[in-house]
Design a protein around this ligand. Sequence first.
Ligand code: SF4
Length: 177
Amino acid sequence: MGLESWMGDGYIATKIEDVLNWCRKNSLYPSPMGISCCAIEMMAAAGPRFDIARFGSEVMRFTPRQCDVMIVAGTTTFKMAKVVRKIYDQMPEPKWVIAMGACTSSGGMYRTYSVVQGIDQFLPVDVYVAGCPPRPDNLLHALMLLQEKVQRGESKGMAPAFIGDFHGSRGSNSVSK
Ligand code: SF4
């Protein structure tokens, strides 16, 4: 059955990177950064109806050192952004980021001085999820897109540690480490 019958007496030639990336993409441990209402949909994705375990990502870790992908779900204020960035920095490489929902991706309806207008101002985002709130299926779709990136060996987390405006041009609201 399975691989043995498919291969017969043949063999497979591949690269070690491809095997590692295949293992990685099927065991992405999320860091659930649930900041506000979108987090409820993220929790639903882990339940039996949507069953994120089908993608090997049911192991939500609350310590950054055991996580591969940060799922930021919710309205991110400048005050909170510093905390999110610090937790991201504590994750080992390679690492990835999913921005879940309108608020996380663009500030959403909150065009105010206190809300970051998109977490890509302080994090290297790999996949954005549209919606307010996005359905759990949307998050699963984002995870599948991310798996394709992982298989290709792409990670924006390898990029420079700081992106966006970190150095004070926004005065007291600028995000710093
Ligand atoms: S996108 Fe909508 S559901 Fe998600 S955090 Fe913003 S207001 Fe809440």
